[in-house]
Write a protein that binds this ligand. Structure first.
Ligand SMILES: [Mn+2]
Length: 188
């Protein structure tokens, strides 16, 4: 349930360490709001997560956010391994003041994001970069995510989205027996 992934390009250097059965976290991407969201993801999914990223933030946040998503998604896929015994599915409805997110997760081994909602930009983390982050994470981790976000306040909407994903993810990765939850016999 552990993995380490390092990714180095001319734009971004990122290291991710994950332990799905741990519960401590340390996140530094150089984008404070993004750190806050990733800390929330680690906290509410009850996993251990270390992320250190140094990207070309003088250009903009895009490359850093995308490369963190690639590395984190790859680390999740490695840490899940054969997916033997995991619950596979998870869901959540997470309100935060004026906002609410509905999220469903299927750790199918494929990867697809079905996103519905009108998020607003937060400081250093635009709504389109959120969707790009989650879509990239889904494709690299092999997880299908359905997400619907409604609300008024930009920060509340984004935070409820991360928390909802975290809680649905926590349910999906829970070890419930020794079975692989697929009639195919594999989750891939
Ligand atoms: Mn991109």
């Amino acid at each position: 349930m552990k993995a380490v992934v390092e990714r180095k390009t001319k734009e971004v250097e990122v290291k991710v360490k994950i332990d799905l059965s741990g519960k401590d976290y340390s996140i530094n991407t150089g984008i404070p709001f993004f750190d806050h969201m990733l800390e929330s993801f680690a906290k509410h999914s009850n996993i251990s997560l270390f992320i250190d990223a140094k990207g070309d933030l003088d250009v903009d946040e895009h490359h850093t956010i995308e490369d963190v998503a690639i590395a984190l998604g790859t680390a999740i896929k490695k840490a899940l391994g054969s997916k033997k015994g995991i619950n596979r599915f998870g869901d959540s409805i997470v309100p935060m003041d004026d906002s609410v997110t509905i999220c469903g997760v299927d750790i199918s081994g494929r990867g697809f994001l079905n996103f519905n909602g009108n998020l607003k930009d937060c400081k250093g983390f635009t709504s389109d970069n959120f969707v790009h982050f989650l879509d990239t994470l889904c494709r690299n981790s092999g997880i299908n995510v359905y997400m619907e976000v409604k609300g008024i306040n930009a920060h509340h909407m984004m935070e409820s989205a991360f928390k909802a994903f975290a809680i649905a993810f926590k349910k999906a990765i829970k070890i419930v027996d020794e079975d692989i939850k697929s009639t195919k016999g594999i989750l891939d």
